[in-house]
Design a binder for this molecule. Structure first.
Ligand code: SF4
Length: 475
């Protein structure tokens, strides 16, 4: 048995941030090479601290869904997963045994050599003439691999240069340039550098966004997919502007290669993780009788299950939108009724107006999407196997912009927690609260919180910053 975990950044504010990991997880799931594909996030749920517990097997391959190496792939993710590693990840990845699972952590997909093929695939979309040996019409064509670049992290530009080098060696293009938005050589100077009459620009970005949709076209004066430039230092030129590499379906192949190289798909595989299975069997036993988990009502119905918001109990099915897949449930429960993003799923804001009819396997996945890690953590709590992490430990672990939460005094943390956690179903074990009965015992809101979530950490950081700003203005 094998589990694949895709780690995305996620966002407390923007629901779109998680979509790329969901999309690749779906593509890989459809290939059937792994027994399960789970998504985990820094700023959403399941969080990096929770995600390993949500995997069903003892053989877990973890792939960071990032375009280059850097702070998140080398510091944040290894630290939060408990890999006991900080700094550059070796090409063969890192293997550790954590809580009975063999966990293999790889480099981010963006640095895999297979990304050169994704760049070519993107170039072909805007230049169909590009054949297997170069442009079929014989027109000299240059390629610009466009990176964001930042003087703060040389890894960000290294991956662009490496891909440019590979593509130069491939000989499909008469010229290949590595250019950047935020460092030299800048893409705004392309016309001085590029001689070929036809130019393809492929943004080496993880997703479509502000840069790819707005700043790049604006700064370069692009009017669409193809823009003629009649008067440049090298004569008339035509620029073909491609979509970013990170959203191409071929990235799924790169992810699978990475996983194979980490031996996640090539080895014999692991066993069913017993604690995980026991948790879900306990849940299913409850579900077969009918249950409530937080705001969710689970009703057995002629061999299948129906789930809906408990506030919709008794409403005729015809009045509700009927969903039939875990992905449908996932996309519904990620937003409140008002359309707001829900980075913490146990906040009491589960949307209403829907029901899902599911078989047992899909019920498990749907409950996972509705309340990530809740079944596993609640069961572990009942077995005295969920160790709370006090605030001081969580704060000490924070680095980068979050390091300032270490300056928060207990009263400040409590003030913020009272506001944030009041809206949450979970009981703060990390703050010394006690949970004697859980939803597995028939108390719907009985869900443990073993550690302050990143949403609360971010709010504490805001509070510290506000306090500091207020003190400065008093001076
Ligand atoms: Fe909920 Fe507070 Fe725990 Fe976050 S820290 S999961 S808001 S109880």
């Amino acid at each position: 048995m094998r589990s694949l975990v895709l780690i995305g950044h996620g966002s407390h504010l923007n629901g779109e941030s998680a979509v790329a990991a969901y999309r690749y997880a779906e593509l890989i799931r459809a290939r059937g090479l792994f027994d399960e594909v789970i998504e985990g996030y820094w700023k959403e749920e399941p969080s990096l601290r929770q995600v390993l517990r949500t995997t069903a097997s003892t053989d877990v391959t973890v792939i960071p869904m990032f375009i280059s190496e850097g702070y998140f792939t080398e510091t944040v993710i290894p630290r939060e997963l408990g890999l006991g590693h900080q700094g550059p990840v070796p090409p063969e990845g890192i293997a550790r045994v954590i809580g009975g699972r063999t966990v293999r952590y790889t480099l981010p997909y963006g640095v895999h050599p297979g990304m050169a093929d994704v760049i070519v695939a993107r170039a072909r979309e805007v230049l169909p003439e590009l054949g297997p040996d170069g442009p079929a019409d014989g027109v000299e064509t240059a390629l610009i691999v466009l990176g964001h670049g930042t003087t703060r992290n040389e890894n960000s530009s290294r991956v662009i240069y490496e891909n440019a080098e590979r593509l130069r060696a491939g000989g499909l293009f008469s010229e290949v340039h590595a250019l950047f938005l935020d460092e030299e050589p800048r893409v705004t100077g392309w016309a001085d550098l590029v001689r070929a009459p036809r130019v393809v620009i492929v943004p080496f970005f993880a997703s479509e966004g502000w840069h790819t949709l707005e700043t790049i076209p604006e700064e370069l004066g692009l009017s669409g997919v193809v823009t003629p430039f009649p008067d440049t230092p090298h004569g008339p030129q035509q620029v073909h502007y491609a979509r970013p590499v990170g959203t191409h379906a071929a990235v799924a192949e790169v992810i699978l290669h990475l996983a194979e190289e980490a031996r996640g798909a090539g080895g014999p595989g692991g066993d069913t993780e017993r604690g995980h299975e026991a948790a879900w069997q306990a849940f299913l036993k409850l579900a077969r009788r009918g249950a409530r988990v937080g705001e969710l009502l689970v009703t057995p119905e002629l061999g299948v299950f129906e789930i809906r918001n408990a506030l919709d109990e008794g409403r005729p099915g015809g009045d509700l939108m009927t969903l039939v897949t875990p992905e449908g449930v996932r996309d519904r429960v990620r937003f409140t009724d008002g359309g707001e993003h829900r980075p913490v799923h146990t906040l009491r804001s589960l949307p209403r107006g829907w029901r899902a009819v599911l078989n047992e396997a899909d019920l498990r996945r749907s409950v996972h999407y509705t309340y990530p890690a809740v079944v596993e953590e609640t069961y572990a709590h009942g077995c005295h196997a969920l160790r709370p992490t006090p605030w001081a430990t969580t704060a000490r672990r924070q680095t980068g912009i979050y390091a300032k939460v270490q300056r928060a005094v207990p009263e400040q943390v409590e003030r913020v927690a009272e506001r944030v956690c009041a809206a949450c179903l979970r009981t703060r074990l990390w703050a010394g609260e006690r949970l004697t009965h859980s939803f597995l015992d028939g108390v719907p809101g009985g869900i443990p919180c073993a550690e302050a979530c990143t949403f609360l950490v971010a709010e504490v950081r805001e509070e510290v910053a506000r306090k500091k700003a207020a003190a400065a203005s008093d001076d």
